[in-house]
Design a binder for this molecule. Sequence first.
Ligand code: ADP
Length: 463
Amino acid sequence: MTGRPSPPPPPRAPAPYRPDLARVALVFVLLSLLALVLAPLLVHQRIDRLRDHVDFTVEPARGNVTEIQYYLARKMAALRGYMLTDDPRFLERYNQVALQERQVRDELRPMAQALGPDALRLFAHLDLLSDQWAERLASDPSTLLEAGAEPFVQAQLYDEMANTAAALDQALAAVSRDSRTVIREVERVYLRVTVVLVLLAVGAALVVGWIGHRVRVLGDEAGRALHEAHRLMEDRSRLLRGITHDVKNPLAAADGYAQLLELGIEPLSSRQTGWVAGLRRSLRGALGMIDDLLELDRAGSADIQLARQEVDLGMLLREVSADHSGAAEAAGHKLGVLVPDVPVRVSTDRGRVMQILSNLVGNAIKYTPAPGDIRLVADRIEDEGEGEWAVVQVRDNGPGIPPHEQERIFEEFHRLEPGEPGGHGVGLTISRRLASALGGRITVDSAPGEGSTFSLWLPPGGG
Ligand code: ADP
């Protein structure tokens, strides 16, 4: 086909859903609750670790140091007793106590690693002094009694060992104190965090509650508005049914009588014939208006019945063209059809598409000044991600429609020239509703003085 259309893009999917305030508040409450559950677990884990360290390492280590101090004193006392009395029982006691002291030091050694650098250094020093002490005495402390023994040096070594043990005890006391201070600090921070989390959770719960309340209130209002809208629609339909019965039928009867007069059963003067023709025109106009109103009401109802079938839009356009060729010719227009070689098939309601296109072609004929050029075009347009849309266009070279009017002409009873005969301003409203029921839509591309192109978009797969 020639002159491929460049229509506006087909309808797109609605904008993605964004989380609203209620969701954010709900997430906030959940996070606060999660934090309330996790915080005590983490804090207690940390406190338990510190307590275990104090209870199972620091305090037992302090006990060991006290024992070492005690054994040192006893060792020294035994040694003195031996040196004064030369009684071998003192020597025996000395050896026994020295063994116990070594055992306690061996117990303390692995713990010293976990007691911090100060304690580790002091323990290593104590170990060293003990080794020196042992070296001095060699295996037999009786050498102390011999000439050349140095009891004073030994006493000095003992003092240093006792001082180191005391310093080690103090270092361990400091470790214990520091750990307890940290425990208290962690507990204080935990308390504050808990208070803040509870306040946040309560705040967020209040926000959620308030939003829930607002949603309920708005939901109620929307429900009432919907109910009211249904009631008004119902009233409108009832009114239209009333018009049909009470106005349309008598008007049709009056038209029948006017027709009899026109047929000349009783001869009429030429003036009377003109009046009767005028009378019939008015009656047909009123009947047409009522038909349009009824059609508008039907197109507005939620349950438009659709009968889908496979439709070749090219063939359908030729039919529409044939139906309107007489009117187009009478109005002095050219009416042509442009379809691609490959059939444009779509699953849709044939009757509804005909109805829409008849209205669009009728308008083109009505609003284009003679001699006009009207074309009916069918094509397929690929839409990224959504597949191929079928598009049918009615193009004319009429007066065009100003941009600010291009949406308004689809509103009920809106016309560019309200006084102009031949319409009631509902055809496009009906067409757009039907198009939407078919899963498609109608768009217009026009500029004043450059004609108009009305496009009916039918979705891939028939909607
Ligand atoms: P009606 O034709 O009965 O007035 P429609 O709803 O079909 O009602 O059209 C609404 C208005 O849009 C028309 O009154 C006319 O002003 C304008 N319009 C529709 N089709 C065309 C067209 N092809 N060219 C120019 N104006 C148009």
